[in-house]
Design a binder for this molecule. Structure first.
Ligand SMILES: NC(=O)c1ccc[n+]([C@@H]2O[C@H](COP(=O)([O-])OP(=O)(O)OC[C@H]3O[C@@H](n4cnc5c(N)ncnc54)[C@H](O)[C@@H]3O)[C@@H](O)[C@H]2O)c1
Length: 260
């Protein structure tokens, strides 16, 4: 019997010659996505938010896989900072072919306890941030006649969740962004999303009491949290040569939490 927790490794060389920017790359899912893209041969721009030490460590690990890397820091909500980081990265590594909008912000708060600043913090990272990075990367992709984008939405965009109204709203908005942009810039630029279920990462850990995990996983098929390394292969597939018909789609990486 195969181990259902060991996803297949990316086909080596599939993405050789491509440059991939992963935002929030030192986060749990970001790093896993970088590793998988690098295994497929992509050079990686490791974007982070003032986490240089971790970024350099990740770059070292990726370079051991035989790819080139650079690390850049920028707050994704700051247009000028993102523009400067992109210029720096592209000067050193070349034009960005693949963008993974992974950086995200989640906080747990009921609607009646949420003030406008808290609401806006989630919207600014999870929506403005994606808009800014994408807005600055897409013109180059269109000019060169090719590009691929994957946006990190969430299963919660479909299910909703008590205490996460801002996050669920932002991640649902990201699906609208994905679909609209896919129509606008496709087929030149292939734009898709993934919507993971709960993954065992520090974003989830603060909430992960046994009751929380039970509630979040009881109606899934696998009945457990996902693992970061189970996310990368889907991203690598969507940006790779095997997904030419995927435009504006969402892959549900949720172990059967939302079926469809
Ligand atoms: N962990 C899960 O269960 C889960 C499930 C569904 C979707 N997601 C989504 O996957 C993505 C990654 O999640 P994760 O679990 O790895 O979380 P994480 O907290 O480990 O990583 C998020 C990253 O985003 C970066 N970031 C946050 N605000 C930023 C800003 N203003 N500017 C630049 N970078 C910023 C952080 O530095 C961090 O590296 C997020 O978009 C999240 O919403 C996660």
């Amino acid at each position: 019997m195969t181990d259902d927790r060991t996803p297949a490794a990316a086909a080596p060389g599939t993405l050789t010659g491509s440059v991939a920017l992963v935002t929030g790359a030192v986060g749990a899912l970001g790093a896993a996505i970088c590793r998988d893209l690098a295994r497929a041969g992509a050079d990686i721009v490791v974007h982070h938010l003032d986490q240089r030490e971790q970024a350099l460590a990740l770059c070292g690990e990726l370079e051991d896989l035989g790819v080139r890397t650079v690390e850049v820091s920028a707050d994704v909500t700051d247009w000028d900072a993102v523009a400067a980081a992109l210029e720096d990265a592209q000067e050193r590594l070349g034009p960005i072919d693949i963008l993974v909008n992974n950086a995200g912000w989640m906080e747990s708060r009921r609607l009646v306890d949420t003030d406008l600043a808290q609401w806006r913090r989630t919207m600014s990272v999870d929506l403005d941030g994606v808009f800014i990075v994408t807005r600055l990367v897409v013109p180059g992709m269109l000019e060169r006649g090719e590009g691929r984008i994957v946006n990190l939405s969430s299963q919660l965009a479909y299910k909703g969740a008590t205490d996460f109204v801002a996050y669920c709203t932002a991640k649902a908005g990201l699906l609208g962004f994905t679909r609209a942009l896919a129509r606008e810039v496709g087929p030149t630029v292939r734009v898709n999303a993934i919507a993971p279920g709960p993954i065992d990462t520090p974003m989830v850990t603060p909430h992960a009491t046994p009751e929380w995990v039970h509630t979040r996983t009881r109606d899934s098929v696998i009945g457990r949290l996902g693992l970061p390394e189970e996310i990368g292969p889907a991203v690598t597939f969507l940006v790779g040569p095997g997904a030419p018909l995927f435009h504006g789609q969402t892959l549900h990486l949720n172990g059967g939490g939302v079926l469809g």
